[in-house]
Design a protein around this ligand. Structure first.
Ligand code: FES
Length: 199
């Protein structure tokens, strides 16, 4: 069963705080699979997931389950997009060149790491030991890291990511958050898990 929840800036759904390849209870797929209908079982096993993004307001995040993992769709504001190039000197891999074949499809090897700059689509699992980071979608003056202007924070060992899922330098996570295969079916619909002949 696919789960979706919009998070409007405050963290309303913490997926996991444990490590060890963890995704949290809401994403432990195996126990649920036996109760799925055949189509649901196929989806849990890896079939593409269609997502209606019409309800995401600028600055909000939608969480979708795909292959038992949380996938985040974040609608970024023009101001948030304008911040991204300024962060490059602080980031470990600003242009997503590391492990690009595994982590970043060709169409997302850009500053916004996306097909359409407005929408970020990433797998919400830290590339260090697999915790699910929490988000801060708005910059806050009291931020605990002076040069971090919002994005994702992994509480397990302190890795920081920006609003394109790019990891900051000198953090335990070695790579940016993975971008899954996806494509837009229309202005308000995308499919995760498939990217052939897509836009
Ligand atoms: S699992 Fe994210 S920093 Fe260690």
């Amino acid at each position: 069963m696919s789960e979706q929840k919009i998070d409007g800036g405050k963290r309303t759904w913490i997926i996991a705080s444990g490590c060890a390849g963890a995704v949290g209870a809401g994403f432990v797929a195996v126990p649920f699979i036996s109760s799925f209908q055949p189509s649901e079982r196929a989806r849990a096993a890896g079939a593409p997931v269609e997502v209606d993004i019409s309800g995401i307001k600028p600055g909000e995040k939608l969480t979708v389950e795909w292959r038992g993992k949380p996938v985040w769709v974040v609608r970024r504001t023009p101001e948030q997009l304008a911040e991204l190039p300024k962060l490059d000197p602080l980031l470990a891999d600003p242009l997503s060149k590391r492990n690009a074949d595994e982590l970043t499809p060709e169409y997302a090897r850009n500053e916004a790491r996306s097909r359409k700059p407005e929408y970020l689509v990433v797998v919400g699992i830290c590339t260090h030991l697999g915790c699910s980071p929490v988000d801060r979608l708005q910059s806050q003056p009291e931020s605990f890291a002076a040069d971090w202007h919002g994005g994702f924070y992994c509480p397990c060992h302190g890795s920081l990511f920006d609003l394109a899922g790019r990891v900051y330098k000198n953090k335990p996570a070695p790579d940016n958050l993975p971008v899954p295969p996806y494509k837009f079916l229309s202005d308000t619909k995308l499919v995760i898990g498939e990217d052939t002949k897509g836009a």
